[in-house]
Design a binder for this molecule. Sequence first.
Ligand code: ZN
Length: 66
Amino acid sequence: MGDEPKCRCGYDKHHPMVSAEPKYDAKGWFWLIMGATPDPVRVVFKCRRCDQVIDESDDPEELKRA
Ligand SMILES: [Zn+2]
């Protein structure tokens, strides 16, 4: 443990400067265009300071954060 991936600023995915960006498949994009809010298929954790992608996940628990 203690082996969480970090960006070059030293932030892990739980840091406030790191945002969880939802990613959608084609069906999800269709619903987005229709104005609905689909469930993302995966979530990408990205640092807002250095723009580095720290981690990504398709864990349903993580998707709830997106
Ligand atoms: Zn960073």
